[in-house]
Design a protein around this ligand. Structure first.
Ligand SMILES: NC(=O)c1ccc[n+]([C@@H]2O[C@H](COP(=O)([O-])OP(=O)(O)OC[C@H]3O[C@@H](n4cnc5c(N)ncnc54)[C@H](O)[C@@H]3O)[C@@H](O)[C@H]2O)c1
Length: 329
């Protein structure tokens, strides 16, 4: 399936760079806009990259010309930070994103794939979570993502603009060839932090909360390999191009939850070293358990995970970390 010109916002970020790799492998015609606030030029090779804010007036003036499909990844994505700085999240994830959406409509973009999140559900009433589960975010990050998803639905209703919102659970791992991976500053994600905490003399990693109603008191999450997420975007773009979807939302996870302490054990098994950890109080806005049902995307888009095992996911992250202990720098 050919999907014309694709613009990826946030394509130099962690998940974005894996999507760019997947789209390049699928020989799609693509370009990237990223302000490099978190992204890395080295993560995208020679794929055309405009360094700009995706809603900057200078970028929107012409930046969407000839674009057929948009993959909108760029966002701020730290739950904890969003609790302390909601305006920052509303400004980027909602206000700026709405400006992009309107510019996309005006430019005649045919479809949008949007990076949404499990955080739209809030504290789950039942597990695994399917797409019909009530959506009551417990933090501004999830709130802004849900608001943009809803705007996408109304744009389809009003203007016929098709969209797929992919609600990722916890993205993890790195490209199996070890050339691209996760490099955030500061790094808040569990697996890269645990890998770092295996180093001799490393600062212990804080485990936030040990009194949740879970198997061992620590938070349970569904870890999905970043390359599996990337492949779902190709499926979504094809479904948009074939007009098989209107405005849909799909979960993306493996359907299996692991507690923080279970991830610590897996990291020890993969690396042969026990990461240094310490207990810390719960973090505001963190639900106890988030585990996905991804049956809808399996049924409707034919997606399935190629790397569902947590051990394998950690192995790929470890390969990236050993090859790039200081990230891209
Ligand atoms: N990492 C996860 O587990 C996870 C889970 C659910 C959803 N998501 C979503 O996936 C997307 C990517 O997440 P990630 O972990 O790769 O984060 P990331 O920070 O690595 O990537 C985001 C990219 O967007 C860029 N960016 C941010 N604001 C911008 C702006 N205004 N203009 C241009 N570029 C901008 C950053 O420089 C960065 O390269 C986000 O939308 C996030 O909400 C991530």
């Amino acid at each position: 399936m050919k999907t014309g010109k694709v613009l990826v916002t946030g394509g130099a970020g962690y998940i974005g760079s894996h999507i760019v790799r997947e789209l390049n492998d699928a020989r799609r015609d693509l370009r990237i806009v990223d302000d490099l606030s978190q992204g890395h030029r080295a993560a995208v090779g020679d794929t055309p990259l405009t360094v700009a804010g995706f809603a900057d007036a200078e970028f929107l003036d012409g930046g969407l010309d000839g674009v057929d499909y948009l993959v909108h990844m760029a966002a701020f994505c730290e739950v904890g930070e969003s609790m302390n700085a909601p305006a920052k999240y509303y400004a980027n994830n909602l206000t700026a994103s709405l400006a992009l959406l309107e510019a996309a409509r005006r430019a005649g973009v045919r479809g949008i794939v949007f990076s949404s999140t499990a955080a739209v559900y809030g504290e789950p009433e039942s597990t695994p979570i399917d797409e019909d589960h009530p959506q009551r975010p417990t933090n501004p990050y999830g709130e802004t993502k849900l608001a943009f998803e809803r705007a996408l639905r109304w744009y389809h209703e009003a203007h016929g603009l098709r969209s797929v919102a992919l609600r990722y659970f916890n993205a993890a791992g790195a490209h199996p060839d070890g050339s691209i991976g996760e490099d955030h500053a500061p790094e808040t994600h569990l697996i890269p932090r645990l890998l770092r905490a295996t180093e001799q003399g490393a600062e212990p990693m804080s485990i936030f909360g040990n009194d949740y109603e879970t198997r061992d008191g620590t938070c349970v999450r569904d870890y999905v390999h970043v390359c599996d997420l990337a492949r779902a975007h190709v499926r979504a773009l094809d479904a948009l191009a074939e007009e098989r979807v209107g405005a849909e939302a799909f979960n993306l996870g493996n359907g299996e939850g692991f507690s923080v302490l279970e991830v610590v054990d897996h990291v020890e098994r993969v690396t042969g070293r026990r990461p240094a950890t310490t207990s810390a109080p719960r973090r505001a806005g963190d639900p106890a358990t988030l585990v996905a049902s991804s049956e809808r995307i399996a049924r409707q888009l034919g997606w399935s995970a190629g790397h569902p095992e947590l051990g394998e996911i950690i192995e790929t992250a470890w390969r990236w970390y050993r090859a790039h202990p200081s990230g891209y720098s």
